[in-house]
Design a binder for this molecule. Sequence first.
Ligand code: ADP
Ligand code: MG
Ligand code: ZN
Length: 477
Amino acid sequence: MKYDTVIGLEVHAQLKTNTKIFCSCPTEFGQGPNDQVCPICLGMPGVLPVLNKRALELAIRAGLSLNCEIAETSKFDRKNYFYPDLPKGYQISQYDKPICKQGHLTVKGKKVRITRAHLEEDAGKLVHAGAEGLHGSTHSCPDYNRAGVPLLEIVSEPDITSAEDAREYLTELRTLLRYVDVCDGNLEEGSFRCDANVSIKPAGSAELGTRTEIKNMNSFKAVERAINSEVERQIQLVESGGKVVQETRLWNEATGKTFAMRSKEDAHDYRYFPEPDLVPFNVSRDWVKEVQAAMPELPEARRSRYVEKCGVSAEDAYILAENKDMSDFYDEVLKLGANAKTVANWLLGPALAFMNENNLDFTQLKATPKTIADLADVVNKGTIGTTTAKQLLPELLKDGGDVNQIIKDKGLAQVSDEAGLKTAVEEVIAKFPDQLAEFRSGKVKVRQFFFGETMKSLKGKGNPQVINKLLDELLPG
Ligand code: ADP
Ligand code: MG
Ligand code: ZN
């Protein structure tokens, strides 16, 4: 039998605030254990949480970028569960009135619906210690620095139909959240985490199968592998007469398999109820408009602009817009009137290669947008050729500097003066009588040889258009 794969993703994105969601503890990563806690985020009896307005604003920003409805009234709820990483015995989350709902994200032309995006507090972390940690560990030490860090949980509809599309969705979502400066998207530091819900159904069937939820993937590649492995497991199970049970499974990167962790709780198991310490709140439409007005142009819009106005191919536009720093840099160069296509080629080719090799990003460059615009300008004027420009590029990126001065100092200017070039071409023709004879006997390809030799004699600095024109004149066709 053939099966369809059905995937819905839940992403926990850490919001870029300086302080936690309900107290004023800092959210900085990498501090000593329990250096960033207070009675509120530890959930001591009698304390009162206060909502961080910035966290709410970032949630609205994210929601707008995901085409969501922003709730006019919203509230917080207690989600009860007991686990040592959560000292209060409940997590403050949002149940029936999430701040954002019913949006969508377009991923490589396919629409994935967003069910909801709600605010919640993160839990602490258990450090398993002693006897080399984890499975041999003798004890676990709770670190509550992360407790109360603001999260936005973004839940998709089960619209994703392959592991690869799941990876693309995550890539696009992370790009978007970085664009709107809501989340730094750092997987290693846990600021962007994903759980994958996976089920299979007979191909074409309208009814969804029973899902499992996979956790513990710490890269997009791992999400893709975990989904593929889980789909495989479910198919084998069903084919051999078994039934998929709703449960939470953990991904094991080393074995490349998922394994059962616990049977899945349903909402009623959590016994959600309205958080009595935080009153329901209104989100004014004026504020939403203000937040909307402060949004940058989003990747989708940039891509269309690059294709339509800059003559960039769809694939190139995708890569350009994917990296906001590069895209911002590119836009600055364009504002200075540079040739859009030339600059796009430079950024995607030599510049990107240079950055990857040196582990740099576009905010760390010595070259300013003006440097690159100047470079495009000298090429446009014919002062230097495109080959020279490409050679000069890495150096400019690394050290910056005045383009015209560098060309002068290094003697890179292209020779365009026709009289001088004519002498060079004539000398080359005179130097290779055998090749000239070949050319005369009809081997037109030898023309390229003369072009190459002329360039060589000019140390690559001859203006190619002028040389070509001279060859047309001097080599009888
Ligand atoms: P929970 O609180 O149990 O995690 P949610 O209602 O928040 O449940 O949804 C979890 C996710 O599971 C959503 O992303 C949803 O799209 C996805 N999902 C629901 N049903 C299925 C299914 N049959 N197969 C795959 N994914 C599913
Ligand atoms: Mg879930
Ligand atoms: Zn605190």
